[in-house]
Write a protein that binds this ligand. Structure first.
Ligand code: PXP
Length: 238
């Protein structure tokens, strides 16, 4: 089965634009699961620009919502993760000024820190994932660091497809990485910049068992409703 993770960060972005409490990320999380999403992703950023600790508290307290917390590899975030115990954690790079997560982790630079965090999370049975660029070297390193999954950054292929450019080279690269990761017994996920078209293309890579999609789902829901959008993605992933 291929799982769909719905990233609801941008429900919080809209809420925060007014500094009030509407729309409600928790309600969006509950509804997304009701409509067929397999998990909910939230990224608690250092600057709390969308999701905040209260969102994490309320969503993680509902055990019927499989929760994937995206977080930077910092001591503060590890402490928060161990306090709220989400089902899954995906470690992502984080830069203050970026609009969104621009690329995969620099595993070489942050090896010790990431290894420590992954080991702690594994110990508490929180499924671990590392957000990486499609690179064989990074997959080897991810395995070495003890991660159970890798999430392949699909930003590049998404941009190529959106601009109607040739994406074959990037597709083959992702496919090779997915196969290699599976051979190492790593679960393979994909995310970033995905829409219906790119998801259909990547679905041909059968090693990918989870897609984490945010901006497109929330944006498209404004026009067609969260239920319809999730149902369409589920059909694509069937
Ligand atoms: N996966 C990871 C690890 C991410 O950091 C993001 C962006 O927050 C996504 C998936 C979702 O990307 P998008 O919002 O472009 O669908």
């Amino acid at each position: 089965m291929i799982n769909l993770g719905v990233n609801i960060d941008h429900i919080a972005t809209v809420r925060n634009a007014r500094g009030e409490d509407h729309p409600y990320p928790y309600l969006a999380a509950k509804n997304a699961i009701k409509y067929g999403a397999n998990s909910i992703t939230i990224h608690l950023r250092e600057d709390r620009r969308h999701i905040n600790v209260d969102d994490l508290r309320i969503i993680s307290s509902n055990k019927k919502i499989p929760l994937n917390l995206e977080m930077a590899a910092t001591k503060e975030m590890l402490k928060i993760a161990l306090k709220f115990k989400p089902d899954y954690v995906c470690i992502v790079p984080e830069k203050r000024k970026e609009i969104t997560t621009e690329g995969g982790l620099n595993l070489n630079k942050n090896k010790n820190k990431i290894k420590y965090i992954v080991n702690k999370l594994n110990f508490f049975n929180i499924r671990t994932s590392l957000f990486i660029n499609p690179s064989i070297k990074d997959i080897k390193t991810a395995k070495h660091l003890g991660s159970k999954c890798v999430e392949i950054h699909t930003g590049k292929i998404s941009n190529l497809v959106k601009k109607n450019k040739n994406f074959q080279k990037e597709f083959i690269k992702i496919k090779k990485c997915a196969k290699f990761a599976e051979s190492l017994k790593l679960e393979v996920h994909a995310g970033h910049g995905l829409n219906y078209k790119t998801t259909k293309i990547l679905k041909k890579i059968t090693q990918i068992t989870e897609y984490n999609i945010g901006h497109f789902i929330i944006g498209e829901s404004i026009h067609y409703g969260l239920k319809n959008v999730i149902k369409t993605f589920k059909k694509i992933l069937k």
